[in-house]
Design a protein around this ligand. Structure first.
Ligand code: BGC
Ligand code: ZN
Length: 354
């Protein structure tokens, strides 16, 4: 079968290879991949900045954002049948089976010894076939077939928003305004989720006001801010929620002043530059005097994928084909390299296996 693999120890080693079709163990599901989405993490693994090979392997199959159909499964115990449309979650429990891993919160693993399909010590789904433990599969309604490949990044956004609301139970809180910094897939999906929750949403990015990203934000009733024209530091508004999804340290620090009293700010990026924060004392004092929360969030668990399915259905009803507009490039497997050299206007590139 065809598989897209790389070796994080060798920069830009992504290639298409032929691998034996996997044989599922008892109780495992055999999946036939429909398509995979490619994101910054896949590109970073290929650039040798991230990712770890599975044990005893010289490559890792990429692809942690997948949509597949079940080819074969033991029907009696799993609740799934052959032909079901599914999206696999990314993380698998740690060897120690820590408190969080054993209670369904693998995304909050305490030991760091978890596994991640296509990222960390486990092959991903960018291959004609793959296997998975059915306990980590999410059933997807046919109605979402053309957009369900976005469910994994959607789950990351759902976790961030859910955690904001959970943490804020510390006080009486009726959030009205949110700022989403960055309009990649996760930023845009967060914008959609927050609009569904009834918030006024500002989404900030560097693309022009006639870009596809700006159009998506406007079409769901959000306000698009081109930070080249209007830096966030010049915005007059104060926000109850800020979601930082640029992964850029200066852009992230630039949002701190826009956080209002009792506000909450969530960091979602991997911030690679080592940059000093000027006046960090001022930041800390402001956090104290305004009762603010700043937290980080990574990955997601089954509950976030399930909320993602519900929200995708709601978004489809309310905002029609907006989710389809996030998928800007659909390519066949043999053109996989294009996914690793994104164009300026790209939002999500999807590689199709069928
Ligand atoms: C994935 C997460 C994963 C993270 C870090 C992201 O791209 O969406 O599921 O935990 O990378 O490996
Ligand atoms: Zn764990």
């Amino acid at each position: 079968m065809r598989a897209i693999v790389t070796n994080p120890a060798k920069k830009n080693s992504v290639k298409l290879v032929n691998l034996p079709k996997p044989v599922p163990k008892r109780k495992e599901a055999l999946l036939r991949t429909t398509c995979v989405g490619i994101d910054g993490t896949d590109r970073e693994i290929n650039e040798g900045l991230y990712g770890t090979l599975p044990e005893d392997s010289d490559h890792i199959v990429l692809g942690h954002e997948a949509l597949a159909t079940i080819e074969k499964i033991e029907e009696t115990t799993s609740g799934f049948s052959a032909g079901d449309l599914v999206v696999p979650t990314v993380r698998r429990p740690c060897q120690e089976n820590c408190l969080n891993c054993r209670t369904g919160e693998v995304d909050m693993c305490l030991t760091g010894n978890y596994f991640e399909h296509g990222i960390y010590k486990l092959d991903g789904f960018a291959s004609d076939y793959a296997v998975s433990d059915p306990r980590f599969l999410i059933k997807v309604p046919e109605e979402l077939k053309d957009i369900a490949v976005l469910l994994e990044p959607m789950s990351v956004a759902e976790k961030a928003v859910t955690h904001c609301f959970k943490i804020q139970q510390r006080t009486r809180w009726k959030p009205k305004k949110a700022l989403v910094n960055g309009a990649g897939p996760v930023g845009l999906l967060t914008t959609l989720i927050l609009r569904l929750r009834g918030l006024e949403v500002y989404a900030a990015a560097t693309r022009t006001k006639d870009s596809q990203k700006s159009k998506i934000v406007n079409c769901v009733g959000g306000t698009y801010v081109n930070v080249v024209e209007t830096p966030i530091t010049e915005l007059k508004e104060k926000f109850d929620i800020i979601i930082e999804a640029t992964g850029n340290v200066s852009a992230a620090l630039g949002t701190l002043d826009a956080l209002g009293a009792n506000g909450i700010l969530c960091f979602l990026g991997i911030y690679r530059e080592k940059l000093a924060c000027e006046e960090f004392g001022k930041v800390l004092t402001s956090m104290v005097l305004k009762n603010q929360v700043i937290f980080g969030s990574v990955s997601s668990n089954k509950t976030h994928f399930e909320t993602g399915v519900e929200d995708m259905l709601k978004i489809k009803r309310r905002f029609k084909s907006v989710l389809n507009q996030l998928i800007t490039n659909k390519i066949q497997v043999h053109k996989f390299r294009e996914a690793f050299q994104p164009t300026h206007e790209e939002i999500k590139t999807v590689i199709c296996f069928d």
